[in-house]
Design a protein around this ligand. Structure first.
Ligand SMILES: [Zn+2]
Ligand SMILES: [Zn+2]
Length: 427
């Protein structure tokens, strides 16, 4: 097939990018504390003659500095495309044995010193963005418009970087994009491949805390108490019927009670039990239906237990993040461009997953066509070795997840560049 865009022939650039990747990998920083990574990215983008704004973004927690970096390359009249990479790492002890493995320990949000590792590949995302930034600068005679690069902190966890950057007025301060794109490394696919999911690709996630109140007392006198542990058990089982008995079976959804906290002693009935719940689906209407059902079941089971109205279980939504919806037309154009660069046999459709990504926020609830693509990030030999031995490949967030940076960047930089050239104005 005719390759419309240049293959990655610049060996010197690739060597430099691999070194950058290894340096980033060896120096991970936790979400909300990406000070050095942010500064490193800003300096590199400034050296490429982008207009760079640092520490852009505003968290809900006023004590945190947002280390967001926004880099703009204005190149005449034309569309604006936002390309986002995330840069935070995870509290994990790296066990890859690589020469550039992280030895970093740093304080987490509670001041506890923990090991840190780039186990989700955000170091790769940053390096890919730098490679693309350089190539787009080199190729600026071939496009028109505005390239808006966002290096986003705090993708993992709560009070996320995407929300912080949008809250600070990304689209008002810079430009409202016509398209938004991002790439995420894939731990189960070969370097040199790309995968896409048209439509809903990652879940809408709501975190819920249920406070089950009761009347505490002596474990030997349950008749004088209202036992919140028994009521919690009933609630947990009742929640299992929401997906199986209330939702349309064609709508993917999951409700998981991941934590129960209540009681200290075997002979004391506690006053209160806390349940931590994650609710996942794709559509907002399904989310509302599930939350409504949780509220109804909690209240009615509380009444059945004989609780007064003011002591019924309390249901608090503590965090909600929308589904990643990949605009089908954008995905179609991207798949064609990736196929031109990598060969169509290396570009495949993947299935949606129930994980979540704050990338979803950039599309402003489907108003701006956006898409997150999966880029294969593992050495093919490593995949075959795992397959041959019957072991399961380390997944994202695993302490032994190893990225084949050279071959991933070799494919990723020209593929991402080809898509940007397609979405920006032609000369
Ligand atoms: Zn992750
Ligand atoms: Zn990630």
């Amino acid at each position: 097939m005719q390759r419309e865009y240049p293959e990655f022939t610049d060996a010197e650039q690739l060597d430099r990018l691999v070194k950058i990747y290894q340096a980033l990998h060896a120096a991970p920083e936790l979400s909300h504390f990406e000070e050095k990574t942010g500064a490193f990215m800003a300096n590199n983008l400034r050296a490429l003659h982008y207009a760079v704004s640092e520490r852009f973004g505003r968290y809900e927690n006023p004590e945190w500095t947002c280390h967001g970096v926004v880099a703009v390359l204005k190149n005449g009249d034309g569309p604006t495309v936002l390309y986002r990479a995330d840069m935070d790492a995870l509290p994990l002890k790296e066990q890859t044995g690589l020469p550039y493995a992280s030895q970093v320990m740093m304080p987490n949000e509670d001041g506890e010193i923990v090991p840190v590792m780039h186990a989700c590949g955000h170091d790769l995302h940053c390096t890919l963005l730098l490679g693309v930034a350089e190539t787009m600068q080199t190729l600026r005679a071939r496009w028109r418009g505005t390239l808006l690069l966002v290096v986003q902190p705090a993708e993992e966890g709560t009070d996320t970087g995407a929300a912080a950057i949008l809250r600070a007025g990304l689209y008002e301060e810079f430009a409202r994009p016509d398209h938004v794109i991002a790439f995420h490394g894939r731990a189960d696919a070969s370097a040199g491949t790309m995968a896409y999911v048209p439509g809903y690709a990652m879940a809408d996630v709501t975190s819920i805390r249920i406070t089950v109140r009761g009347v505490g007392g002596h474990g030997a006198a349950p008749h004088l108490c209202k036992d919140p542990i028994v009521l919690s058990a009933q609630i947990i089982l009742a929640l299992q019927t929401i997906v199986s008995r209330e939702l349309n079976p064609l709508e993917p959804a999951v409700i998981t009670v991941g934590a129960i906290h209540g009681g200290h002693a075997r002979n004391v009935i506690p006053e209160e039990v806390l349940l931590e719940v994650t609710v996942r689906c794709y559509k907002q209407t399904v989310r509302e239906e599930m939350i409504g059902a949780i509220e109804r079941l909690c209240a009615q089971l509380g009444r059945a237990a004989g609780l007064a109205e003011e002591r019924l279980p309390r249901v608090d939504v503590i965090l909600s993040s929308p589904a990643v919806y990949n605009d089908p037309e954008l995905v179609r154009r991207a798949a064609e461009m990736f196929g031109n660069v990598l060969g169509p046999e290396r570009v495949t459709q993947a299935t949606p997953v129930m994980g979540s990504e704050d990338f979803a926020l950039y599309g402003l609830n489907h108003q701006i066509p956006s898409a997150l693509f999966w880029i294969g990030a593992v050495a093919p030999e490593r995949i075959s070795a795992y397959e041959a031995s019957g072991r399961v490949l380390p997944q994202l967030h695993a302490s032994n997840y190893i990225i084949d940076a050279r071959n991933t960047l070799r494919a990723g930089v020209p593929a991402a560049t080809a898509l940007l050239l397609e979405l920006l104005g032609k000369t």
